[in-house]
Write a protein that binds this ligand. Structure first.
Ligand code: 76R
Length: 248
């Protein structure tokens, strides 16, 4: 049996994608819509205070295209907290105007492919910060799930640790050339959801998603072993954008 990579886990993640029920929204009385928006604003305030207390983080983005209208990406200490906040949201007046479009459950993950031998990663403040990241307030988000292939001679899980390390180093080197332009959060979902990982990227310039993902397609680990699910791309919902989105 090949040696499994060691992983470190941080905050649990819920990507909650929703569609807006425009028919209900446009038919609702102004007072009802205002109540719903008040509800949404109190959630945003609450999530911000969780983030200020470093007990989690939430990103709120619109989604372009028909797969969903917006996404709330929540990071929290436990699955229970994710469940509680999902349920509280579902009970709100605002949620009555939304229809679940997709969700993804995972946990922030770092693997040891690039780790310094002998060092205790849990003593490294950079690593601790990456396991419990405050999500960036960058203009755009991109999310997609992926697997490492298990077929014929392209079976990632049958490769030796050294072979996988070499490929992951090359992967990491490409990634590093996007430092400052793209921030990536890898969340592991083996045992939690339908794919093995969720990839969440943030950028101020959305074109950098295309450039990074395209460049990685030529790198062996993605070219031979990467299988991908649906891509979601969107724009940050600031207070101003939010008001615009729901105004009639
Ligand atoms: O943690 C590290 O920064 C070390 C290097 C590194 C690892 C171990 C790294 C760097 N990644 C790692 C693991 Mn990654 N990553 C992806 C995708 O679209 C595709 O082709 C693949 C989707 C992108 C865009 C991306 C970006 N990475 C992983 C894993 C787990 C693998 C395993 O355990 O088998 C997956 C699934 C994955 C996928 N990666 C980076 C990036 C970027 C931008 C970096 C550089 C990060 C930095 O140095 O700040």
């Amino acid at each position: 049996m090949s040696e499994a990579a060691q992983t470190l886990e941080g905050w649990y993640a819920l990507h909650d994608f929703r569609t807006i029920d425009w028919m209900a929204w446009t038919a609702a009385e102004e007072a009802e819509r205002n109540m719903a928006l008040d509800d949404l604003h109190s959630f945003l305030k609450e999530w911000q205070s969780v983030e200020d207390n470093k007990q989690g983080s939430t990103a709120f983005y619109s989604i372009v295209g028909q797969k969903a209208d917006f996404v709330m990406m929540h990071l929290r200490e436990t699955l229970d907290e994710l469940n509680a906040l999902e349920t509280a949201f579902n009970k709100s007046a605002f949620a009555q105007f939304t229809i679940p479009a997709h969700s993804y459950v995972s946990v922030v993950e770092l693997s040891n492919y690039m780790a310094q031998p002998g060092a205790d990663p849990m003593q490294n403040p950079d690593i601790l910060a990456r396991l419990k990241p405050i999500l960036p307030k960058w203009n755009h988000i991109c999310f997609y799930p992926m697997n490492k292939r298990r077929s014929g001679s392209d079976n990632w899980y049958m490769l030796s640790m050294d072979e996988r390390k070499t490929m992951m180093r090359s992967h990491g080197m490409i990634g590093r050339t996007y430092a400052g332009k793209v921030k990536q959060i890898i969340t592991g979902s083996v045992g939690f959801d339908n794919w093995e990982w969720g990839v969440t990227l943030f950028a101020d310039d959305a074109l950098q998603f295309k450039k990074l993902v395209y460049e990685m397609r030529f790198d062996e680990v993605s070219a031979r072993f990467g299988d991908f699910g649906d891509f979601y791309v969107g724009n940050r919902l600031t207070e101003e954008k939010l008001a615009e989105l729901f105004s009639l």
